[in-house]
Design a protein. Structure first.
Lengths: 86, 599
């Protein structure tokens, strides 16, 4: 399939993570964090998601540029060196 | 949340241009990498019943719920990957019922296809219903509706329609590829939404040790008291657990249900297809920490500051007065974050015969989200919850459109049409499937018991299935007549067993014993497991007997369908770490380790 899932997924996580970290950054020390055991969970988890999103996006982009060996329909084995898909 | 919906539909549109043949639409062109299919494999199963239900059982039974994963899923996933996938993928069957036709005959296929199609429609309807109810209970859209001056009673309809439109949109456009891509996206969202929940929650109750200190020891030890059904929260003894859940039910589901198998069959080679369930097993193994632990934490959370909790909604005009008096009542009788069940008509806390309050365990996870998450990440948490409902629905809908188009429409109604005709049919089957699901969702609102009864009937149909596949794949003598008779008698056995036994704390009726009560089980779960064991054994024996009495098919016809007649897949071209058997052994080792840690 020509669309690498990692690209849109990376973009989604980057966006959501970005929004959450910005929101978390501007609400530092707010009372709303009493619930989450005193941690600024928006900022922390926003950054985690941001990192995950960016990594996914870059990986997807890189794989897009490098064509992969085409597996042959019906047979068990993709041509070429076959353990890149994991 | 809006952003998520935009992305979901965006993927559908982006994939639309690749959908040229029916193969692209129904089988994702058989071109997806193993890791994507692997994550979709568990995500398809991660529907409403899974997330809400597992959190609820976590709160009810404790860590013993993880048996549903560690015994009830992983071994079956390993088995399907190592032994069965070569037949599904290699036989070129396009669906599980079609495999049954290749191996046995038309009637076995028709029986399986019909029961499966009905089942998927109802399961997706149940998902839809549960999701709409949850949106209503959590007041997600309340402010929007008040702003637009619309009656709050419409929220249910709004939720049903919007979920239907979104799922329809992306499947109609992108077929199975789109469903699989979205399932993977949903998988990551669920992890992203629930991981911080567990983290914050655990931190609040003082870590795993704090949890252990607050809860009775049966909650944190999964194997304690398993020798006697009366000594453990599940009310099951180890043999029923291992055979009923671990063998019959789980193998029946993970190895034969097209809902999950379709994702593996969409992968790009037989090698990948075999790796799909094995890849899926790794996250599956750790899912208890994501969905069961919140249930445990909900019980352990001290019940003092429950400012944002949801209590079961009371309808009617005098609601507020009733709620005010009853809210305190409900909190004081609740367990941790679990509110007592409130009767929606009278507003009173519901109690069992002995006067103990009943708890609404299904609210364990939603309440955890509202309790621990501040504004911001709360949106993510709710989106994750909704995503889990949609992925369950989508898997059912794609399984339905494939089985309908290939097995029922092409098989019996309109043979030999052009490929584009079937593609068009598949698109419209999606629309039809979703409309039927909406119907099922509304049927569930008005007749709650009908849904329970239907699920019961499905369990009768499904329980014996695995015996048929096992014999079909590993015993070349099995015949079509044998398989068909075996399946029917297995189902009959399940019905009879259910009608003749009863859990100790239930009255005859929907819970069993409607013929006569000859045996009591300590719990409903034990009864379910034993129903499955009976159904499986009867099917197995009858299939063998009838097969020996009927004429077998000539061996050359069965190449690629039966284990002993099929050349073994070559594995030495792979690196040693990528071989299915090596991965399987690693998985089993991890499984044993986990069971030892949480024994």
């Amino acid at each position: 399939m020509n669309l690498d899932l990692r690209v849109p997924m990376g973009a989604l996580f980057t966006l959501v993570g970005g929004i959450m970290s910005i929101y978390g950054f501007f609400t530092r020390g707010s009372v709303i964090y009493e619930r989450s055991a005193g941690m600024n969970i928006n900022l922390i988890w926003g950054l985690v998601m941001l990192m995950f999103g960016v990594t996914m996006y870059l990986l997807g982009r890189r794989a897009d540029r490098r064509p992969k060996p085409q597996p042959v329909e019906g047979t068990a084995r993709p041509l070429g060196h076959g353990h890149g898909g994991h | 949340m809006l952003l998520y919906f935009v992305f979901v539909l965006g993927i559908g549109f982006a994939l639309k241009r690749f959908m040229k043949t029916s193969k692209d639409f129904f089988q994702a062109g058989r071109a997806l990498p193993a890791w994507i299919c692997g994550l979709a494999f568990i995500s398809a199963n991660l529907g409403a019943q899974e997330v809400i239900g597992m959190g609820a059982s976590g709160a009810k039974y404790g860590i013993a719920t993880s048996h549903f994963y560690w015994i009830g899923a992983i071994p079956a996933m390993i088995f399907v990957g190592v032994f069965m996938m070569p037949f599904y993928y290699g036989s070129k069957a396009r669906s599980v019922p079609e495999f049954l036709r290749l191996r046995f005959d038309e009637k076995t296929r028709a029986y399986n296809a019909c029961s499966f199609a009905v089942m998927t429609v109802f399961s997706s309807g149940i998902s839809m219903y549960a999701m709409a109810r949850l949106i209503q209970t959590l007041h997600v859209f309340d402010s929007l509706f008040i702003k637009l001056n619309m009656p709050l009673g419409w929220i249910f309809h709004f939720a049903v329609i919007i979920s239907a439109v979104i799922v329809l949109g992306y499947i109609f456009l992108g077929g199975l590829t789109s469903a699989i891509y979205n399932e993977v996206l949903q998988f990551f969202l669920i992890v992203a939404g629930f991981l911080p929940l567990v983290w914050v929650g655990l931190k609040n109750v003082g870590g795993w040790n704090g949890l252990k200190a607050t809860l009775p020891s049966a909650y944190t030890h999964s194997w304690q008291g398993m020798t006697n059904p009366h000594n453990n929260p599940l009310g099951v003894e180890w043999f029923g657990l291992a055979m009923g859940l671990g063998f019959v039910l789980s193998f029946g589901y993970w190895c034969t249900d097209f809902l999950v198998i379709q994702t593996a069959m969409a992968s790009d080679s037989e090698e990948s297809a075999r790796r799909v369930p094995l890849i899926a097993a790794i996250p599956k193994m750790f899912f208890p920490f994501l969905v069961i632990l919140p249930g445990l934490i909900a019980i352990a959370t001290p019940a003092i500051t429950q400012h944002a909790m949801v209590h079961t909604h009371v309808a009617g005009t005098s609601a507020s007065a009733l709620v005010a008096t009853d809210l305190n009542n409900s909190i004081s009788t609740g367990k941790g974050l679990i509110p007592a069940k409130v009767n929606p008509v009278t507003g009173k806390v519901m109690t069992d015969e002995k006067g103990n309050p009943l708890f609404d365990y299904d609210l364990a996870i939603p309440n955890m989200l509202l309790y621990y998450f501040p504004t911001g990440i709360l949106g993510l948490g709710l989106t994750a919850l909704l995503a889990s409902f949609m992925s369950g629905m989508a898997g059912n809908v794609t399984a339905f459109n494939t089985v309908w188009t290939y097995d029922l429409y092409q098989g019996y109604i309109h043979k030999n049409a052009s490929d584009s005709h079937y593609l068009k049919m598949g698109r419209w089957a999606t629309v039809g499937g979703i409309l039927l699901s909406i119907g099922a969702a509304y049927a569930a609102t008005s007749f709650n018991n009908i849904m329970d009864t239907l699920q019961l009937v499905f369990s009768f149909v499904n329980a014996p299935l695995f015996a048929t596949f096992l014999l079909g794949m590993f015993w070349k003598r099995t015949t079509g007549h044998g398989a068909f008779t075996g399946l029917i008698s297995g189902t009959v056995a399940a019905v009879l067993h259910h009608g003749l036994t009863l859990p100790t704390d239930a009255r005859p009726g929907i819970h069993g014993g409607w013929i006569a009560v000859v045996h009591f089980y300590p719990s409903q779960m034990a009864q379910n497991f034993w129903t499955a064991i009976w159904a499986f054994s009867v099917n197995f024996v009858i299939t063998v007997v009838i097969s020996l009495l009927t004429k077998p098919r000539p061996e050359p016809e069965l190449v690629g369908l039966v284990y002993s007649l099929t050349p073994k897949p070559v594995e030495h071209t792979m690196g040693w770490y990528a071989r299915p058997k090596v991965i399987a052994v690693g998985l089993i080792a991890m499984l044993i380790a986990l069971n030892l840690i949480f024994k």
